[in-house]
Design a protein around this ligand. Structure first.
Ligand code: C2O
Length: 326
């Protein structure tokens, strides 16, 4: 059976996403609503940056108990990765959305709501998060918009100070910086991206299963490695980005996952058979999020699959194969 949305009335420390709110089932936005086109973080212009900084700063100023506040937003991630909720019907068995086949869909919907809340705060229905384009040479360093200035809402002091732009990103980071020349490192990064295209989604995880059955390739590398590369080695657990509970406290989390999501989007467009499961334990698994109106929404994995319905454009460089006739 599919994993069910958690019961918010029963949670363990450290996160309480508020009990007692009744969830509504997800409905996609009106088909007439504008597309949200995510820009590469290294290519945005000043007018985009000003908007984005303003949106995040408004989110940070919301009262801490508003589910749309930055604080509640990062705690949503924490709640689904640090054992805050047990599986309904399986006391003592945590809900965990990493190292399994929910990695892509869960994070897609997390960004979906986060993006809409930011857009709502600045009254811009077209607002879209940037993505950290680490699969392309021009994006293989920490995105400068997050590191520009300590006063920016996008800044986070808990980052690896040795890895600030333009220091080259190592997609295979294991705790030690490589000493090879930058062009060789970029070449190595590109080979990693190519290799990780196999075993993409992660292992099945159904109701009653132990958490973390196994991650897909992209979740291990470069997803985990980029988290670790970004987090601050002076902190006890590599906070913020280097640890699940604190990762989404760094605004760059959302650009990192913008690109993780883009990898799924592209992969699915090319090889839908590797990425789509017909199993209802995948399609009907459900999770809870708060939307831009602070309503609690129950989302199923199947809701995350129709990108057009979520008002996401097709990724320009990749065409989906035409559907087979008949
Ligand atoms: Cu939920 Cu990048 O982790």
């Amino acid at each position: 059976a599919p994993i069910q949305a958690p019961d918010l009335g029963h949670c363990h420390e450290p996160v309480d996403l508020r009990a007692g709110t009744v969830a509504v089932d997800f409905t996609p936005p009106p088909a007439s609503s504008p597309l949200r086109v995510r820009p590469a973080a290294h290519l945005v212009d000043i007018s985009y940056l000003t908007k984005y900084e303003r949106a995040v700063s408004l989110m940070k100023k919301l009262p801490a108990d508003d589910p749309r506040s930055f604080k509640q937003q990062w705690r949503v991630h924490c709640a689904y990765c640090d054992g805050a909720y047990d599986q309904v019907g399986f006391p003592g068995l945590e809900i965990q959305i990493h190292s399994c086949w929910f990695f892509f869909p869960w994070h897609r919907m997390y960004l979906y709501f986060h993006e809409r809340i930011l857009g709502k705060l600045i009254g811009d229905e077209t607002f879209a998060l940037p993505f950290w384009n680490w699969d392309a040479p021009a994006g293989m360093s920490f995105p400068a918009i997050y590191a520009n200035c300590r006063l920016s809402s996008l800044y986070d002091p808990r980052r690896n100070q040795a890895h600030q732009p333009p220091f080259p990103l190592d997609l295979n980071y294991n705790g030690t910086d490589p000493t090879i020349p930058e062009d060789q490192l970029i070449d190595q990064n590109l080979k990693i991206m190519y290799r990780q295209a196999k075993l993409f989604m992660g292992h099945p995880y159904s109701a009653g299963d132990q958490p973390k059955p196994g991650a897909g390739t992209v979740e291990f590398v470069p997803h985990n490695t980029v988290h670790n590369w970004t987090g601050d080695p002076r902190q006890p657990n590599g906070e913020d980005m280097g640890m699940f509970y604190s990762a989404a406290r760094d605004p760059v989390f959302f650009a990192h996952h913008g690109n993780v999501d883009r990898m799924w989007y592209i992969r699915r467009g090319l090889f839908p058979r590797d990425t789509d499961f017909a199993d209802p334990d995948w399609l009907d698994a459900s999770f809870l999020f708060y939307d831009e109106e602070a309503r609690l929404v129950r989302v199923r994995v199947r809701d995350s699959l129709d990108e057009a319905a979520l008002r996401r454009p097709r990724d320009p460089p990749v065409r989906r194969p035409a559907p087979a006739a008949g």
